[in-house]
Design a protein around this ligand. Structure first.
Ligand code: APR
Length: 227
């Protein structure tokens, strides 16, 4: 029976693939205010601006490549039962070859009906436009959890974390709940590895902090775990 490795990733793991993080880019998100592009109110007020924002980000994701941190996490599946829980909406974990991925905040390469949130479609290419409709004729929106919307996968994620033999946190400022609260679900004896170039303080006694960028940190952790 392979040990259960649970990995919580944030924007920092995709930074070395050229995708900007949220809180490192001076509070603006690619030059937009969050409330103008990533809330239900923004969608109601100016859906075309919201579509444009996510089209630009989708283009960047499609032009980016998974980096060595994504690839090594996929590699770890040979040695462990690996479950990725990501806050990222990019598809770099999938493209690196990871198989068990839970997207807490949605997926930028998918759209969903504004009428039925379970009616989800892949987006071919980088653009989702006003006038693109679901099969029941309603407008399609990005399949993203906007600020103020519920995070349907959080219960499943908490269950996965509570079952972890090792919990790894990579590239997240742990500022956004409920994702940031997942660390509280680990068993008391579960070792926790945190990889981040910035000092992250956590009041969990089992934390091993690797103060590195994702690629260097995951390389270090990979060798630690498989030897
Ligand atoms: N390697 C690893 N970590 C990095 C790197 C890197 N090369 N560069 C930056 N970081 C770290 C930063 O130090 C920071 O701790 O990645 C973290 C990025 O934090 P945020 O920008 O807050 O991103 P994240 O934690 O994923 O945000 C969570 O907030 O904006 C919402 O829904 C959005 O999913 C997102 C959520």
């Amino acid at each position: 029976m392979k040990q259960k490795l649970v990995v919580l990733t944030g924007a920092g793991i995709s930074a070395e693939s050229g995708l900007k993080t949220f809180r490192d880019s001076d509070g603006l998100w690619e030059g937009y205010n969050i409330e103008d592009v990533a809330t239900p109110e923004a969608w109601h007020k100016n859906p075309s601006l919201v579509q444009q924002f996510y089209n630009e980000r989708r283009k960047a994701v499609l032009e980016a490549e998974p980096n060595k941190a994504h690839v090594l996490l996929a590699e770890l599946e040979k040695h462990f039962d690996v479950q990725i829980i990501t806050q990222n909406i990019d598809n770099l974990h999938e493209r690196a070859g990871s198989n068990n991925i839970c997207h807490l905040h949605g997926e930028i390469v998918k759209s969903r009906s504004t009428r039925n949130s379970d009616d989800i479609y892949p987006i071919s290419g980088w653009e989702l436009k006003m006038g693109d409709l679901c099969k029941s004729g309603h407008q399609l929106r990005p399949h993203i959890v906007w600020f103020g919307e519920s995070v349907p996968m959080i219960e499943l994620a908490a269950e996965i974390v509570s079952d972890a033999d090792v919990f790894i946190i990579i590239g997240t400022s742990l500022q956004v709940y409920p994702a940031a609260g997942l660390i509280n679900y680990t068993k008391p004896e579960t070792p926790v590895y945190v990889i981040d170039p910035k000092q992250i303080t956590l009041n969990n006694k089992q934390v091993h902090f690797i103060q590195e960028k994702a690629v260097a940190g995951v390389e270090q952790l990979f060798n630690l775990l498989i030897n």
